[in-house]
Write a protein that binds this ligand. Sequence first.
Ligand SMILES: Nc1ncnc2c1ncn2[C@@H]1O[C@H](COP(=O)(O)OP(=O)(O)OP(=O)(O)O)[C@@H](O)[C@H]1O
Length: 951
Amino acid sequence: MKSNTSSKKKPFKLGSKARKALKAAQKSRASGGEFIEEKQTKSFRYDEDKDEELKRLRALYASGAVEEGDDEVTENNNWHAIDVNSQFLVGSSEEGFVSLEVLSLEKEGEKDDAKTKTTVKKSASKNDIDDDGSITVRKEKEKENDENGEKKEATKSKASNAKEARILKRKKRWKEKVEEAKKRKRNEKDEAKRGDGETAGGGGGDYENEDDDLLGDEEDVAAWAQYDLHPLLLKAIRKLRFTSPTPIQEKVLHPAIKGRMDIVGAAETGSGKTLAFGLPILQRLMQDKEEEKWYEEYADEEKPGKGKKHLRALIVTPTRELALQVAKMLADVAIYTGIQIAAIVGGMSKQKQERVLKKQPEIIVATPGRLWELIRDGDKHLTSLERLTFLTLDEADRMVERGHFKELESVIKSIPEPPETRRIARSAKLTKRKQPMMAATKVSNDSKTKKGEEEEENEEKNDEESEPAADNRIMARDRQTFVFSATLTVPDEVKYKLDRKKPQASSKKVNNGKKKDGGGSSGVENNNGDYENAYRLEPPKELASTNTMGNLMKMVPFYGRVKLCDVSDSVTKKKKDNNPDESSSKAMITSTTKVASKVHESALECTDDERDALTLYLLSAHAGKPSIVFVNAISSLRRLTALLKLMKVNAVGLHAGMQQRARLKALDRFKGNKASALIATDVAARGLDIKGVELVVHYQVPRQADAYVHRCGRTGRANLSGVSVALVTPKERSRYLAMLAAMGRERGFRLPPFPVAEETVREATKRVQLAKRLDAIVHKNEKKRADKAWKKRTAEAMDLGLDADDDSDFDKNSDSDDQDVMHFSDNEDGVQVIEDFESYGKHKMKKELTQKKLEREAELRNVTKREISLRNELDRLLKTPLGAKRQSALTSQKFPTREGGKQFEKTKKMSSSFASALDVIGLPKESSAVGPASAGAVAGGATGARRMRRM
Ligand SMILES: Nc1ncnc2c1ncn2[C@@H]1O[C@H](COP(=O)(O)OP(=O)(O)OP(=O)(O)O)[C@@H](O)[C@H]1O
């Protein structure tokens, strides 16, 4: 519809409502209308053909991209769609003026015949609609006092009231529908999540139709804008409430996403490394999806490899639980994208995992053992790695340890070299061009949103021609390698490889179409400060066979420029600051071990016997909240867990010797607050992200400093505080000191002592002693019961035909008896056979067993009595909470270092932050109080501070 040209314009006075209306009309004018004045009526003639926004909306609708309820797509500054159906697009303005637009829209093809009709109406209660498509702006009737005008107003207002009522009714209906649809979508999503435990990942990537309640407030994720992340990733980030990137993410995302560089990254535990390598992967996959769409829409040819789902990213982690956690984290971020992520770990059904692999997930997070097993078995998805774009080693330093290295090496060897591609910014451009669709919420009234195809083609040509040299001219292998850990060391021999003067053999520079051999660094490196640590590594010709970190670094194929990202706030960094001449690469990533800054470390000197009591003391002080106790051996774990359970501590064990199902169940119980203490070996030391853990106890000093750092890292994560307490016996002292030295701590540095109430510790000791006695009996009885069951089964298998009574004889047979009777060995088939049985004779055996019957039954009865009485005694003690009877501070007899404390000035220096950290873990105020008075006994008298002997 063409606009009427304006008649002469007269100045007029408007009320506040009308002024508002006028403002809106003027805005609309900018998008294609014209303000006119007719008699007493000030009208805005609306020329919809000139309205770019309207055109865009119509095109969206015609293409089927917009459906009812998709107001997120059609929203703009002036108004947003409130209803879309086959006939009408109804919009309302936030300004309150253009309250309604009824646009009849045609599907493509019908365009020529159908007429588009637009009616825009005043928003105030007395709105006017002009059938010719004009917006009418009126002065308020009372103020105008024009008779004719009044008459007109009256008529119009009647008509408009009726219409308004209809519109309101329609609005209401629409709102209900939208709510219903949203609810349905949410339910569907929840169900999909519950139902598909095998592969995690987003649900379809149809972002135009996504639930819109998460979009809108761009402020929440504004800090991420610099990385041009795909809107669906941003949407998930916003949902996760990650308002800004963490330091390691800040450092990594630019070079990894925009520079497509390889990354060697070190950052303290709990600092968000998973997303530092996860986001570049997801972003690239989304870019590729956009590119595929572009090919579909614009290009004559099909995108190479289209239709096939390839494995695009392989992430290897040292433990199964970590693999599952990483997969879950990525799935959370990929929730809206349709990207499929699967975890392939040992201890779970291989068949099930093969089924998962048949779905061809784009991202796999795996442990090396099972991964190699499946590759060796020739799994199709895992052996078609020609499009593998990302190889990530999480906790890389752990990979070089025993048990992982060989398998990892085999996996890496099995990955073919990636194809060489020209690195161009095309995908980025495509993404940019498609952004209006993806981020339609951000679309402004900019009239450039839609371009003719010809125009686009030209633009693309120009783009490519005018592409910045650095982006357009590098031939690069299309694979990025990420190596991450909190405790990463790159030895000098490997750093030598990072010599910037060595160009990568497979890299070629393309300069204005002419290929040149890469010579020197100048052309290769980006002068942008972001990439100041950019290096190229030669891909290794021979893979290393010995398991050192250096060899891992040699074994890992770096095909592109490598960026070293170290935000571990290391000692070596300080060294670097003092020596600015030193190459940054050489100074960084040498920081082996650094405990996360939010973890308050402490130590407690104790004897072997005291370990259990102190552990009980610490767990009780922190009762009800999740704590982790790390032990060095499975046997210690079993004993301690049983002991704690007897003392009514809700403890659960986790170690590598457990069935995978039991491992996951234990972890689930702990995560779900069904157990308050996790007793674990170092299998749980790395990577596990368990919310709310505030206390980590090192029951024994770990064998390596990096294990200590990772153990500590289970608390103090994501900017929260936590406390670590290392129990150190005299025997462990040298290991403890070596550990401090390995962490770069100054000579003479000791961890601050953890203050304890000695009297309470003694109370704990009493309970522990009782529990130990009880445990010994329970253990013995359990063993007997197990023996009994086993012997019964064996006897049945031998067809001895024992009486019911005879069963008890087996109960009471000692191990030595058993050995006299039978000898078991494995035959070649692994089947147990009984040797010497025939020679012994069934009859003789039966008789012998019967003779011992009475005597052993009596013994069993006694044992049971003892067990019951011990249980009762312990129960009596446990009725009073630990520490409730504490009255005065006493010093330890065994540890002069814990007495008086005058000579231990360090305690005085214990920071107030440590004191408050103790508060965090719930220690009573006086026990956590530190300062001069706490040197032995704090005022109030209840606390004796244990402290480490100066060594
Ligand atoms: N940008 C962010 N903002 C807020 N929280 C974040 C952000 N990125 C990650 N997190 C959260 O921080 C926690 C730790 O992240 P992550 O597990 O990736 O740490 P990590 O550095 O890998 O730790 P570790 O070295 O122990 O494996 C997680 O709970 C994660 O959800």
